[in-house]
Design a protein around this ligand. Sequence first.
Ligand code: CMP
Length: 140
Amino acid sequence: MALERTFSIIKPDATKRNLTGAIVKKFEDAGLRVVASKRIQMTLAQAQEFYGVHSERPFFGELCDFMISEPVVVQVLEGEGAIAKNREVMGATNPADAAAGTIRAEFAESVGENSVHGSDAPETAAIEIAYFFSGLELVG
Ligand code: CMP
């Protein structure tokens, strides 16, 4: 399996409950390395652009409002098969469907307030990483 990088967000419901460290530990325990990380307050324009693919969904407004409600931690995670591994560690989008031991099973509050975001494919990972980080900020 190839060494990959993926993009991750620790969402407002998690930063608000002081769960950043607990969530990062889940990634590190799974063999993922944090090669870039910053805590930011996302703007509405950034949230709308980042989630642009969902702009026609009924929950789009709620999703963007939620993403700017508290700071988030944006990160780049590196590891063998990092994209799939991150999705495995996060668990299903809806915490009700998430496997035991996953981040969403342990910490998420609802399908909307689900603690973490992770890229779903290599193409989206590259776009999402470049949206928040310059090459100089990646220090594997
Ligand atoms: P994420 O991986 O960040 O990508 C899109 C997000 O939309 C998803 O996680 C969920 O948090 C959110 N989402 C998906 N379905 C719903 C829904 N039915 N209601 C509110 N938010 C949703």
